[in-house]
Design a protein around this ligand. Structure first.
Ligand SMILES: [Zn+2]
Length: 110
């Protein structure tokens, strides 16, 4: 059951309302001072979810910790090949897949 939180514009306190059905008309009244001057407030659950999805969509190689997630290894290479419509060479793919499994390539000596 969704919970809407409203902050009272008169006393500043937050009241929570259980919504029985989506789209049901809601006329929130402050539980503390009975004011009807309330403003919708994002619940902590919804805010956390939004923060997470924003973080995901902005993950890039410039972020610290990007490469600590093995799934991100080679992602830039993959997208580069995809962007140019090229097939990724088998050797590159194998190196990336090995790295994702923890087998980091040895230092390449010129
Ligand atoms: Zn109030």
């Amino acid at each position: 059951m969704p919970v809407y939180e409203y902050r009272c514009q008169d006393c500043g306190k937050v009241s929570s309302f259980f919504i029985r059905s989506i789209g049901a008309p809601l006329e929130p009244v402050c539980a503390h001072c009975h004011s009807q001057n309330l403003r919708r407030r994002m619940s902590s659950f919804a805010t956390g979810k939004t923060t997470q999805s924003v973080h995901d969509s902005h993950t890039s190689p410039s972020d610290p910790g990007y490469y600590s997630d093995p799934r991100n290894i080679g992602r830039h290479v993959e997208s580069s090949f995809k962007r140019y419509g090229m097939e990724m060479p088998a050797q590159v793919r194998e190196t990336i897949e090995a790295a994702r499994e923890g087998n980091l390539p040895k230092e390449i000596n010129p």
